[in-house]
Ligand binder design. Structure first.
Ligand SMILES: Nc1ncnc2c1ncn2[C@@H]1O[C@H](COP(=O)(O)OP(=O)(O)O)[C@@H](O)[C@H]1O
Ligand SMILES: [Mg+2]
Length: 231
């Protein structure tokens, strides 16, 4: 469905402000970005610079004050929340600093969830999830609950869940920011291996310049604007 010459994700003239205690806080000021198929982009910037806000807008989880976001060629502004949800389920995977796994479901069920939501049969969703968990080195953990895993295993599960539906693009918000150095490296390795195997685009907010260096382009968010940045 996606024409390789068209961006997977694009935004133009994007503004976002919040009103906090009667004061207007301008977080994003005229941001433009295009993400091509398979392209990997790091967003760096100080805490509070607007990285999470930006990813929320790109993923259609929040609406811009002004400007447009296009996902797989579709402007989000004209779509209902339900239509955005369906497009997001097909086209995007999310990874957060904290795993956001559902505690009452097993690892296997958590990873299968995007496929079940999409309407795949139980058997096929669980089989696809199981295959990805094998690649993630978590086959023996399939029937455990997230609370029984280590921090690194939980984040590997979150990586598997983000990629199971073979989305066009992953939005990752400080995905290894909560892990020690070695565990973070092993999660990143898994992430990059699967990402390049599936040819998935990536937009990742990170504090870690070493991690940013592994991606195709790095931009710095400062004073609400996106600046080219070599790391
Ligand atoms: N829902 C919200 N309501 C009010 N202010 C918000 C909201 N979300 C974010 N902000 C403000 O936007 C700014 C950027 O926050 P954030 O995007 O979380 O930055 P980062 O992820 O780079 O640390 C902060 O000043 C924060 O207080
Ligand atoms: Mg943040």
């Amino acid at each position: 469905m996606n024409n390789p010459t068209n961006p997977i994700l694009a935004c133009s003239g994007l503004y976002k402000s919040f009103t906090e205690a009667g004061t207007l806080v301008q977080v994003l000021n005229d941001i433009n970005l295009t993400v091509a198929a398979g392209e990997t982009i790091a967003i760096v910037g100080a805490s509070g610079s607007g990285k999470s806000t930006f990813l929320h807008l790109l993923g259609g989880l929040d609406r811009p004050t002004q400007g447009s976001v296009q996902l797989c060629g579709q402007p989000l502004a004209g779509l209902s929340e339900k239509a955005i949800g369906a497009l997001r389920n097909r086209s995007l995977g999310f990874i957060y600093q904290f795993h956001h796994l559902l505690p009452e479901f097993t690892v296997l069920e958590n990873v299968a969830m995007p496929l079940l939501i999409r309407g795949e049969s139980h058997t096929s969703a669980l089989s696809d999830a199981s295959q990805l968990l094998e690649k993630a080195g978590l086959r023996t953990r399939e029937h455990h609950k997230p609370g029984e895993l280590s921090g690194g295993e939980r984040q590997r599960t979150a990586v598997a869940r983000a990629l199971v539906g073979q989305p066009d693009c992953i939005l990752a918000d400080e995905p290894t920011g909560n892990l020690d150095y070695e565990t973070a490296n092993s999660v990143q390795e898994l992430f990059f291996t699967l990402n390049s195997e599936f040819g998935t685009s990536l937009v990742m907010a990170t504090h870690d310049l070493g991690l940013a260096r592994k991606l195709d382009h790095t931009y710095k968010l400062a004073n609400g604007t996106l600046q080219n940045c070599s790391v």
